[in-house]
Design a protein around this ligand. Structure first.
Ligand code: MN
Length: 489
């Protein structure tokens, strides 16, 4: 059985507290949603604002394979705005619980039925596909809920949706509820919220109960605790539910997730299934050993399935033997004293509370392996003036190939000023800073700051790190280390 996916990252997902996307960002997300194989994209809610309408219209004009919907209340004014946006379909949201009907809308069940039926007729008259979503369906009187759906089907609705608006279903009650609609002649969709952490489980139960369409958001973002997570649900259907499948290209899931995390600024918890930083990470020891022999020992699926790579975390308990193997796998050969130096440096970082990844190991090893090289550029001094009333200004004294040079620069902040003071010198002119990443290793304001940067010159890319108590020193150190590495050959 093929399960259709309606993604509502751009509507319910954007209702995440603190999230607001520009039209361009929405278009980028919609484009990726279409590429990855989402069947229906809810692009927004047309009534919201002029900007929202422009964005919906832009997405609707892209000739995507996916059907483009706008959210709408059962009011002609709302629907007119959707029509102006040239969407294919309407997600017509009608509250069906007495709580919503009486306390929110101050109306009656009868009037609500009329509202719903009239809105469907109005949409159909304008050639729109209509999915009728019963809001708060899971707390509605089931007989009334059924009558809303049956009325809708009589009015030629295309699909119906059962919304667990406040996330109170359990896998059992979800199965029971959805089983009641399995004889309907239109597809039944499931829209779950994650207030009790059960959204994905309830969605899978809904499928077992007869739902053939699921609503999701990327990374599960959404109001309060969010919605059914796209990646968890889609991969579960693929790997755990026999006889069910979706049209999603699973190996692009990680890219999709990262795009949305970056654009929304809602970062993913490290232990989140499928897309979390640690989802395919293994600590050194028995697990790593098993994984190397046969990955199935400690992985229910390969990381490649979802577009990821396995990661081994290098801890302070790792012996030199294991470390040497790891270095060999990374293509680095070291002698005994270098191996000991690398091992010591890892322990220093680990003692500061830093998790040492393969990328870290690479940088540490590179640093150790280059200890014997004579660096072309040396930092002698850096002085910063910064504050709330002055433009951050830096002066640097550096020695390039034996000649000491003094230079100054300004910037948006002290780090920017320091880097500008260095890079305005001729020798740096073809070098681009392509990534700058800051991590605070320990807790308070006395934390060690770990800066990792990536520099590019032509087609050569290097990364380098600086770890210091001072963010400016750490940044400058990382920058100069990277430049020295770039200029070495
Ligand atoms: Mn919702």
């Amino acid at each position: 059985m093929n399960i259709k996916v309606l993604d509502t990252t751009l509507r319910d997902g954007e209702q995440t507290p603190g999230v607001s996307l520009t039209s361009n960002e929405k278009l980028r997300i919609a484009t990726k949603l279409d590429e990855i194989g989402v069947d229906f994209i809810e692009a927004g809610s047309a009534i919201t604002s002029e900007g929202e309408r422009e964005s919906i219209k832009e997405i609707a004009g892209q000739n995507f394979n996916a059907e483009i919907l706008s959210f709408s209340r059962p009011l002609n004014a709302d629907i007119d705005y959707c029509i102006d946006c040239d969407v294919d379909a309407i997600n017509l949201v009608v509250p069906t619980s007495d709580l919503h009907i009486e306390d929110k809308l101050k109306t009656t069940r009868e009037k609500l039925l009329d509202l719903s039926n009239n809105a469907i007729d109005y949409c159909k008259d304008h050639g729109l596909i209509v999915e009728l979503s019963a809001e708060d369906a899971s707390r509605s009187d089931v007989d009334f809920l059924k009558s809303v759906y049956i009325n809708a089907i009589d009015h030629d609705v295309d699909r119906i949706c059962v919304c667990d608006t406040v996330g109170i279903l359990t896998p059992d009650s979800s199965f029971e509820l959805f089983s009641q609609f399995k004889d309907f002649k239109v597809p039944v969709a499931c829209h779950c919220h994650n207030d009790f952490g059960l959204a994905v489980a309830n969605t899978l139960s809904a499928i077992k109960g007869g739902a053939t369409e699921i609503h999701t958001t990327i990374n599960g973002i959404g109001e309060r605790a969010g919605n059914t997570s796209f990646e968890e649900c889609v991969v579960s259907i693929d790997r755990l539910l026999n006889d069910y499948s979706t049209n999603i290209k699973i190996n692009e899931i990680y890219d999709m997730s990262k795009l949305v995390a970056r654009l929304t600024g809602v970062y993913i918890q490290p232990n989140k299934a499928i897309v979390g930083e640690n989802a395919f990470a293994h600590e050194s020891g028995i697990h790593s050993d098993g994984i190397i022999k046969n990955s199935a020992t400690y992985e229910p699926m390969t990381p490649e399935l979802v577009g990821r790579k396995r990661k081994f975390v290098i801890g302070k308990h790792m012996g030199t033997h294991g470390l040497n193997n790891r270095l060999k796998e990374l293509g680095l050969s070291v002698d005994d004293s270098q191996l000991k130096q690398i091992c010591d440096n890892i322990k220093v970082l680990a003692d500061k509370g830093k998790t040492v990844t393969d990328v870290d190991l690479q940088v540490i090893a590179d640093n150790v392996l280059e200890i014997n090289h004579e660096d072309l550029i040396k930092l002698d001094e850096v002085t910063i003036v910064s504050g709330n009333k002055v433009m951050p200004t830096a002066s640097v004294k550096i020695t390039i190939d034996g000649e000491q040079i003094l230079n100054a620069g300004v910037g948006l902040g002290p780090v920017d000023a320091a880097i500008n003071a260095i890079k305005s010198l001729d020798i740096f002119k073809d070098i681009d800073l392509i990534e700058y990443h800051v991590d605070s290793i320990t807790g308070g304001t006395d934390a060690f700051i770990d800066v990792i940067i990536k520099l590019q010159k032509g087609d050569k890319v290097v990364s380098a790190r600086g770890t210091e108590a001072d963010i400016i020193n750490a940044s400058v150190k990382a920058y100069i280390a990277g430049v020295n590495r770039l200029l070495r050959d």
